[in-house]
Design a protein around this ligand. Structure first.
Ligand code: RFL
Ligand code: PHB
Length: 390
């Protein structure tokens, strides 16, 4: 039977970054991914990295292209009631954020994994995990029609929200906390210059809108939609028209429209499981928690989990100590809940919640208060740039 030290399930950002950090310390890993490398690298998702995430990518040795191509943002804008409020992240929280597409990061991590020579199985079918409550966990999968098995010391469950790892934990051993929001995000990617230098988050009676970007020539826009909307109902023309209606005139002036490269609808939910450790199985990233994208925290939380888990595994192999592994779940969850709270707050502040004008009036009052209160803006900025790790 094949053997490795850490079996990593999932080749998303969490799995590949963990693999890279462990590889650099001489720890042997095998990554099992159910999709092809091409499929994984084509998924359009996040775009904003906290400084702590960027630092970790440097530590993993995968930040070379990021440093060449990134955009650095020192602030963001909130649009509401015909007003535009700039939140100066650098001045209020002493940090900036980095724009770099998850698609690009995924490619950089895929290249680094391939160059390391460490084993990666793409298109691994029917992955199963076994005996993680013993000292000899095993992982099974199907490859080219043949069933295979791997023995390991630890299993890292980095297989996203729909993965097999969390689902393999006995129901009595895990608690789930969930909130599903009654709306979704319709995203559109286009090769047009962004309408402004920084991101614009808009609260509008017709619903939330976000103007983001991937580079100086590629924009990513989002519209709040109903969870039952279908992409086919949204022609490019309808999307651009609706976006323009939700933005203040001074920003609409900068809007350049063009054919979409991609359009997709994502539901919004908050979801956290506790604990994150079950014997020798550790959950990290979207496998363990989901936040609504409003606060741009999903990928950053995945990186923060991986930071803790990699340090814990490195300590285990170098010092023969399980102390950090013991602490992993509680330490990661503390920060996860902070980000869950912020993402929920920012989502609730910026989206059309219901038909009742009372809800909208409360949002406008809070945004008006933020405009006049440095303390309020500091709270937003501190959370947005990312809370400290410890
Ligand atoms: P992933 O990326 O879902 O990767 C999990 C991998 O596991 C594989 N897999 C399996 N492999 C083997 N066997 C199985 N049974 C498997 N089941 C699944 C999957 O194929 C996949 O390759 O999880 P990971 O690595 O934890 O990374 C999490 C991030 O991808 C996610 O949190 C972010 O994309 C969230 N997110 C954002 N995060 C940010 O920090 N900043 C943002 O600006 C931001 N914007 C966003 C976002 C997510 C969005 N959507 C689509 C939900 C914007 C959007 C619209
Ligand atoms: C993105 O660029 O995809 C993005 C940026 C900021 C967010 C969410 C998504 O809050």
């Amino acid at each position: 039977m094949q053997r490795t030290q850490v079996a990593i399930i999932g080749a998303g950002p969490a799995g590949l970054l963990l693999g890279q950090l462990l590889h650099r310390q001489g720890i042997d890993t095998v990554v099992l991914e159910k999709h092809s490398r091409g499929y994984v690298e084509a998924r359009i998702r996040a775009g904003l990295l906290e400084q702590g995430t960027v630092d970790l990518l440097h530590e993993a040795g995968v930040a070379e292209r990021l440093e060449r191509e990134k955009l650095v943002h020192a602030g963001l804008e909130l649009a509401f009631a015909g007003r535009l409020l700039r939140v100066d992240l650098q001045e209020l929280a002493g940090e900036v954020v980095t724009i770099y597409g998850q698609t690009e990061l995924q490619k950089d991590l895929g290249d680094a994994r391939a160059a390391s020579g460490a084993a990666t199985v793409y298109e691994a079918g029917q992955v199963t995990i076994h005996d993680f409550d013993s000292s000899r966990p095993r992982v099974g999968w199907t490859q080219d029609g043949v069933r295979r098995e791997l023995e390991c010391d630890f299993i890292a469950g980095c297989d996203g929200f729909h993965g097999v790892c969390r689902a393999s934990v006995p129901a009595g051993a895990i608690r789930q906390h969930e909130r599903v929001y009654p709306f979704g995000w319709l995203g559109l990617l286009a090769d047009v210059p962004p309408l402004a230098d920084e991101l614009v988050y808009a609260n509008h009676e017709r619903g939330f809108a976000l103007c983001s970007m991937r580079s100086r020539s590629r924009s990513r826009y989002y519209l709040q939609c109903t969870p039952t909307d279908r992409v086919e109902e949204w022609s490019d023309a309808r999307f651009w028209e609706e976006l323009a209606r939700r933005l203040p005139p001074e920003r609409v002036r900068g809007l350049v429209t063009g054919p979409s490269l991609e359009k997709s609808i994502a539901p919004l939910r908050s979801f956290v499981v506790e604990p994150l450790r079950f014997g020798r199985l550790f959950l990290a990233g979207d496998a363990a928690h989901i936040v609504p994208p409003t606060g741009a925290k999903g990928l950053n939380l995945a990186a923060a989990d991986v930071r803790l888990l990699s340090r814990a595994l490195i300590e285990y192999y170098s010092d023969n100590s399980g102390a950090l592994l013991e602490e992993y779940s509680a330490r990661a969850l503390r920060r996860v809940w902070q980000a869950t709270r912020f993402s929920w707050w920012f989502t609730t502040l910026m989206h059309r919640l219901d038909e009742d004008p009372f809800s909208h009036k409360l949002q406008l009052a809070e945004l008006d208060w933020l405009a006049g209160s440095r303390a309020g803006r500091v709270a937003l900025a501190e959370n947005y740039v990312g809370l400290p790790f410890d």
